[in-house]
Design a protein around this ligand. Structure first.
Ligand SMILES: [Zn+2]
Ligand SMILES: [Zn+2]
Length: 375
């Protein structure tokens, strides 16, 4: 094996390419030659601000966590993988011993080693090692690019199928048509949704959502001069329900609402839109301190849930939905860059468009010496 070039964040807006030692694998670990990595909002946050909430970058850290690759080496205890296998890489190695791990909520493990969450290195390198059970073999009809997209898709699976308990015949409304919002819609559609409603303030994003997975879309009205967010949200919810014929109860009510925007007015609006006794899942993260109407929460007996990453069964279901042709990830990859062009790739994600003006949904960076058009 040769070298291990890595894309390292040294400080705010300070990234370099650096040679790192190739990790040694022991026991049940595998070494994966990383082939495709999607860039996510969190990677850009660390680059621009050096932190996300309490996670602060204090020492140099390799970026990237949405990856796939080819197994390059296996530890002596690995049974289900061999060198050359194509795999999706779940980027959080858990302790397996704490209460959360034992209860099957391993996303809440306090000792999780999560790629590109400080102080742990990420996957934008030639090689990354992980426990073998987190390297999921990809079926032949699933590409390596699809494999990298299993990470955000698993976020959608976790929110909709797992926490949202979504069932065939139910209806869903999703606030925010970024990658996670779109993938939540795709999961709901794949699971047999009767109705998938997309809400966003950018008309072009709504158009895309409708082509992709939504059955209906809603463009919120503009706030009035001097109108409070609370008043606006009430008016917005009423307009949405009126426009789309949504009731508070019964067959035309909304069973599950997902906020994938993190915007305060979306969260406020969503509480009015979801049915009595329905479920609200918060997956988008904006300003963490928002005003919500707990009167609505109480009188509707809403299930209000936070969604963090993914847990048991989410990666396998994501892979199965794609392999079965029920979710198509290809339309979401709008930009592809070589490893050496990682900085340009981050800029495109940050700006929401590339230098040629093309809008970004998902940027994928290929591994060192990997053709950007290879699969
Ligand atoms: Zn991500
Ligand atoms: Zn644990």
């Amino acid at each position: 094996m040769s070298d291990n070039p890595s894309f390292v964040l040294k400080g705010i807006n300070d990234v370099v390419f650096e040679q790192r030692p190739i990790p040694e694998v022991t026991g049940d670990e595998v070494l994966v030659a990383v082939k495709k990595t999607g860039i996510c909002g969190s990677d850009v946050h660390y680059l621009l601000e050096g932190r996300i909430g309490d996670f602060v970058v204090k020492s140099p850290m390799v970026l990237g966590h949405e990856s796939s690759g080819v197994v390059a080496k296996v530890g002596p205890k690995v049974k289900h993988l061999k060198v050359g296998d194509r795999v999706a890489m779940e980027p959080g190695a858990t302790c397996r011993a704490c209460e959360a791990c034992k209860l099957g909520k391993y996303e809440l493990c306090p000792d999780i080693i999560f790629a590109a969450t400080p102080p742990y290195d990420g996957t934008l390198a030639r090689y990354y090692k992980l426990p073998a059970d987190l390297a999921y073999p990809l079926p032949d009809n699933v590409t390596l690019e699809d494999g990298a997209m299993m990470e955000p898709l698993s976020v959608g699976v976790h929110s909709v199928a797992n926490l949202g308990n979504f069932r065939a015949g139910q209806s869903i409304a999703v606030f925010g048509c970024g990658p996670v919002g779109l993938l939540c819609m795709a999961v709901a559609k794949a699971l047999g949704a009767s109705r998938v409603i997309a809400i966003d303030i950018v008309p072009a994003r709504l158009d895309f959502a409708k082509q992709y997975a939504a059955t209906d879309s809603f463009l919120p009205p503009k706030p009035l001069e001097g109108e409070s967010k609370v008043d606006y949200s009430r008016r917005n919810a009423a307009a949405l329900k009126e426009a789309l014929g949504i009731a508070e109860r019964g067959a035309s009510a909304i069973d599950l609402v997902i906020d994938a925007s993190g915007a305060e007015v979306s969260i406020q609006t969503a509480l009015h839109v979801v049915k009595s006794g329905g479920t609200f899942v918060q997956v988008g993260m904006g300003n963490p301190n928002v005003t919500i109407d707990i009167g609505v929460l109480i009188t509707k007996e809403l299930n209000y849930k936070g969604s963090f990453r993914y847990g048991p069964g989410d990666y396998p279901l994501a892979i199965n939905l794609v392999a079965a042709g029920k979710v198509d990830l290809k339309p979401l990859v709008t930009h592809r860059y070589k490893f050496e062009d990682a900085i340009t790739a981050f800029n495109a994600t940050k700006n929401g468009k590339s230098e040629d003006g093309k809008g970004v949904i998902k940027v994928v960076i290929s591994g060192p010496d990997v053709d950007i058009n290879s699969n």
